[in-house]
Design a protein around this ligand. Sequence first.
Ligand code: 3HC
Length: 355
Amino acid sequence: MALLFAQRLQVPVVMTDLDQARVDKGLAYAHAEIDKMAAKGRVNGDKANRLKGLITGSVTKEAFADADFVIEAVFEDMKVKQQVFAEVEQVVREDCVLATNTSSLSVTEMASGLKHPERVVGFHFFNPVAVMPLLEIVRAEQTDDPTLATAFVVGKSLKKSSVLVKDAPAFVVNRLLTRFLGEVTTAYDEGTPFEVADRALDPLGLPMSPFTLLQLVGPAVAYHVSETMHEAYPDRFYVSANLKKIVEAGKTAIWTYDSGTPEIDPEVAELFEQGDAPLSEEQVRDRALTALAQETQLMLDEGVVAEAQDIDLCMLLGAGWPFHLGGITPYLDRSGVSEKVNGKRFLPAGVASLP
Ligand code: 3HC
């Protein structure tokens, strides 16, 4: 995120963290990414040095005193995020916007203890931040119009496509990803072989298999999001017992490619426990698609976004779903899943080339 802001807005960016070692690690990562861009010929030596000079680090939040826009991306814990915003509010100017990159927590609750909750807005990026074009902009209950408008202008200047979403648990992309990943991990937990569960969604043409995506997001983030979702909607969202185990053991990788084909990392395999009720590939796919159709309809009923096409756009730009299939709702309509699950289609005939 620091690199994106420096590169697109050409403004100084300061990153803070708990201690100097963490600050240095963050800076080293940003500098290494700039070196990679230089090696690819995307920036020349001068530009690379200028970009590196724009990004600095600090262990105190005093560094935000003259900031226009502060974005928090700390641990997914409401209390920690509230505390960080309270500290930042002590330091920043009256007109500074406070943005949160939370994956699933309530932006309204996060802002509730502040003197000026109206300047807090959700600003949710997708991994890898440099690559995925989507930004979910979350209007919390108190967010005022100038803050929301600023968020959209900043999003556009960052060359992202912004979609306005309601302050509902996990917004759009993470809600759908968590729902269908929950079905896949549960199928595994119940006894479905890893490779069967992992390739069950291949016909959808997604850029990554479910377990690869879990690894990209990071097991800890995926676990915390699934906890938030389970709390909000206990009937539909599961917390995988196996995911919990590997997070508690501090594992960041789920599978390895060491043998030439993807397989569960042997250390992780030792921690995992499976039941004895395996599903076939088709059954896993059916469960996942049914879940997606149900959740998409519920999101539209709740007004999380204005219309079905917003959900399609979010999944295309935030989760890399294949453009040529038009997004999730045309897929569910074409495959007949929408009618089976919800008794109706999402889109009328003719839209997104639907017959
Ligand atoms: N960091 C920076 N750049 C990266 C990168 C990374 N981790 N991974 C890939 N890239 C860059 C590559 O350098 C390459 O750039 P170049 O064109 O300048 O050389 C470009 O991305 C394309 O890379 P590849 O050709 O290697 O990769 P693919 O075509 O296989 O695409 C992908 C990679 C874009 C990651 C694709 O697999 C994808 O879209 N996956 C789905 C990702 C997804 O679902 N993200 C959302 C997760 S949910 C989330 O993040 C929310 C949070 O709250 C949890």
